[in-house]
Design a protein around this ligand. Sequence first.
Ligand SMILES: Cc1cc2nc3c(=O)[nH]c(=O)nc-3n(C[C@H](O)[C@H](O)[C@H](O)COP(=O)(O)OP(=O)(O)OC[C@H]3O[C@@H](n4cnc5c(N)ncnc54)[C@H](O)[C@@H]3O)c2cc1C
Length: 446
Amino acid sequence: MLNRSKIDDFLTYLKGLNDLEVLVKASEKQRFSRDFFDYSPVLKAELSGCCADLVVKPLSIDAVMSVASACHRYEIPLTLRGAGTGNYGQCVPLQGGVVMLMNALNHIRNFDSYTGDVTVEAGCLLGNLNSYLLSKGRQLRLSPSTWRTATVAGFVSGGSGGIGSVRWGFLRDPGHLLALEVVTLEKCSRKIQLDAKSSEALNHAYGTNGIMTALTLSTCTAVDWQEVAIDCGDFSKALELFQICTRAAVDLFLCSLLETKIVESLPAWSGNPRGKNRLLLLVAPDGVSTLERIAKENGADFSNLGSEEKKIGNGIRELSWNHTTLHMRSLDSNWTYLQMLLPQPEIDAIQAINETWRENVLWHLEAVRQQGVQRIAALPLVRWQGYGQLEQLMTDCREVGAILFNPHVITVEDGGLGVIDSDQVKTKRKYDPKGILNPGKLKGWV
Ligand SMILES: Cc1cc2nc3c(=O)[nH]c(=O)nc-3n(C[C@H](O)[C@H](O)[C@H](O)COP(=O)(O)OP(=O)(O)OC[C@H]3O[C@@H](n4cnc5c(N)ncnc54)[C@H](O)[C@@H]3O)c2cc1C
């Protein structure tokens, strides 16, 4: 919490600004100081007490600029919030100050019908943007499984990939983010335009080095994705099938594999669990018959669930990525999770981990394209048994060759490869010289 009289002065100043809602109720400050960090018992203990001193909601870019200049002048921390669906406390104000809600800035500014590129304001919901794109014969290349509720800037700043990653890799791969409009944190805040190269340092920086007000993204041709489930009793066989599917000449948009016990914990609308491991796939219409043949040749049960178009909120997208974790946790909040890229051959690594951890780890795999190569990411469910056990499990995973993306830490670097990205830090020095934006989240700055 900051000095009361400084906050009061600041508040009086903010109340005189146009196009700005100021929220001061304790319930609002608490609500907008949280995200989904409670998926991690470690972060829950660390972040539950953090709270903003006030919350603002700008209704125009001019208001964003005024708030930015004021935070700079008064030296008050500023944390940006999209929809607040992050899992690592990305939009939790560690040092209090202001939380700025970006969701009123949500216009779609431009669509280029030749390239398919779209320019959209930061707070537009990914679901709304996708509906707009579908009307133009295009769609988003990448979305989190929270695609209906999350914002565009929140995804680019805090997310990494998800649905579409099997084809399009990850958000930080060159080609997804083409340009940014950014507001700086200076005495007289500026609104600047960044090209694709200069935008890279703000991509996945947790809003620590600039306020995104608009983004230009590439899109892909819309496809009427078909939902397919393939059930297989033996896990090794299911993994083999998973790999056959990702290597086949079919257009996939999602390919997840859930272990039997996870399938049994999914909501009733997901269908009869059948006591088997389940592959969930989004495939182009011309690939359905091939998947059916692959499943049958391998003795698995094939279900064509039809077009995903009408499955509003209850489609296989909502069973994948961290929605799988959500469903497990809604039955028993003692489950947490890890995120990793598995070494090859994946089955050897999984079996090695199972030898020690069989009772406490359940496997959830996602097919991804990593630096142009088809790989398997895992988001295993982990039964919480304390910090020491979690650390030991992470050590064991690293020992079998997995690359961990630790979801139980708060900094950009610790959640990635642990390496400081000097461009992110240089960009912060340029656009946020006093270190006002989301303090405590960029280790390289500290
Ligand atoms: C059930 C569940 C499933 C999920 N699945 C996925 C998944 O598949 N893939 C994935 O990547 N993530 C996933 N997530 C995490 C999260 O939902 C996504 O990353 C989402 O895109 C975040 O968007 P948001 O609008 O909620 O951002 P927020 O949580 O509000 O913010 C995220 C970060 O972006 C910053 N930020 C927000 N707006 C701006 C701005 N205008 N300028 C600069 N910085 C800004 C914030 O300060 C914060 O650091 C999941 C989370 C849950 C709870």
